[in-house]
Design a protein around this ligand. Structure first.
Ligand SMILES: [Mg+2]
Length: 441
């Protein structure tokens, strides 16, 4: 008999990263990287459970945690088989509650909460199957995969039959690509040198270290001050030489005219892409930025759902699609976005960093390579070397490449000590911080 899901545990976990300015950019000067962390507990002997999370940058993490709690009635008391046996139905159930849907639809806090629970169910399914999520997905037939997707609002750009064709075309090469992935890994780039709050000295040192560590691409945060950005771009270019790609990321800072002016000034230093030049909702502004200056446009980490990705692709507004594992409603919706990107021939270069985002999204990019796009051409996954020690199966990057995970699951499980130490606001790390602040008041 199948075990039952007995509880959905939700934790508000926060790390005081603002103390070091790690993660600082033009819109987010002092983030405390956080996770609303979900555990689907079961009554299976041996403690089978599913783990998932939403990434936030501090305040509001409790709001996401509360939103996850509203989904309990869809999960608690169900058999594991009834969830993992039809993950397409489970995803549609969570995203189409007739009352909760009013809070979106399919965007924002409620949608991210659904994503955390959907991803936890995928983690559970993969642990049960004894496979990493990328390999579990890559073992499914094209028919099984399209059943996971909600094609509502997509069919003017991608039909179920077209999706099937894409997956069937990639089927013959799956085994060879999985083999290559296990041997060679998947290309990564690093954002480590480029946080806006770092000094020139630290930027130069970290840029050189990134090249020495085997990365062929780094990324700089831009958008607060043009003269500073020109200086930092020159320093980075001098540090890495002409052959290493330098992407830049404005984190939504600009209107269109500002983006055009700024990128015209940076263009002589050969930026590889401009990421999030403007509002993530503004498809037409992205198209205008792409048309109005010479640097390629990337976006996606704040794109709310598959419908906005569809429009970005239909409008020819992006050169790179940056999926995020925890922004949309989990694996299922990201599968729709991977298929859309494949249909339009646009490479997927996932957003990562944060808390657990590298751990999760590597599975989606690797599955894309094995069973969807079938290509590594122009593709690279973001990597940031923070906070991996809090996971039981941390992402491993060697010589500038993500190594294919082999442990069963979605690499989403946190170590138990972290849940005790960093729980907000009552964990010892936050209690000690509160005391220090009282003393300086
Ligand atoms: Mg970014």
């Amino acid at each position: 008999m199948s075990p039952t899901i007995t509880e959905v545990d939700v934790y508000d976990i926060r790390f005081p990263t603002s103390e070091q300015l790690d993660g600082s950019d033009a819109m987010n000067p002092d983030p405390d990287y956080s996770a609303a962390y979900v555990v689907l507990r079961t009554d299976a002997p041996g403690g089978l459970a599913g783990y998932g999370l939403c990434f936030t940058i501090g305040r509001g993490n409790d709001v996401v945690a509360a939103a996850i709690g509203t989904l309990r009635p869809y999960v608690v008391g169900r058999t594991v088989d009834s969830v993992t046996g039809d993950l397409g139905a489970f995803y549609r159930l969570l995203t189409h509650d007739s009352q909760l849907r009013w809070l979106g639809p399919e965007k924002g806090v409620m949608h991210m909460a659904a994503g955390a629970v959907v991803n936890a169910a995928w983690d559970l399914a993969a642990r049960e199957a004894g496979k990493p999520v990328w390999a579990l997905l890559a073992s499914m037939s094209p028919d099984q995969l399209v059943d996971l997707v909600d094609f509502r609002y997509l069919s003017d750009a991608l039909t179920r039959d077209e999706a099937l064709d894409i997956l069937r075309r990639a089927e013959p090469g799956r085994a060879a690509r999985a083999e290559r992935l296990r041997k060679e890994g998947y290309p990564a780039y690093t954002t480590e040198p480029g946080w806006l709050g770092y000094s020139d000295e630290k930027l130069t040192r970290l840029a050189k270290e990134a090249v020495a560590a085997g990365f062929a691409q780094i990324k700089l945060k831009v958008g607060a001050d043009l003269q500073d950005d020109l200086r930092r771009m020159r320093l980075a270019r001098a540090a890495v030489g002409p052959d290493i790609r330098i992407a830049v990321d404005a984190n939504q800072r600009w209107d269109v005219a500002e983006a055009l002016e700024w990128m015209a000034a940076l263009a002589p230093h050969d930026p590889y892409w401009i990421e999030e030049p403007t509002s993530p909702d503004d498809v037409l502004a992205h198209a205008a930025v792409r048309a109005g200056q010479p640097v390629r446009v990337a976006t996606g980490e704040h794109v709310a759902n598959r419908v906005v990705f569809k429009q970005l692709l239909q409008a020819g507004a992006v050169d790179f699609v940056q999926i995020d594992a925890a922004r949309v409603a989990g694996v299922n919706e990201n599968l729709a976005i991977l298929l859309l990107a494949a249909k339009f021939g646009v490479p997927v270069c996932p957003h990562a960093g944060g808390v657990g985002l590298c751990e999760l999204v590597q599975h989606l990019a690797m599955f894309d390579y094995v069973a969807v796009s079938g290509s590594l051409e122009g593709r690279v996954i973001e990597y940031v070397p923070h906070l991996h020690e809090h996971f039981t199966d941390p992402a491993v990057v060697e010589n500038g490449r993500y190594q294919a995970p082999s442990a069963p699951g979605f690499s989403a499980r946190m170590v138990p000590g972290t849940l005790a130490d960093y729980r907000y606001p009552d964990g010892p790390v936050w209690q000690a911080r509160e005391k220090r602040q009282e003393l300086t008041r």
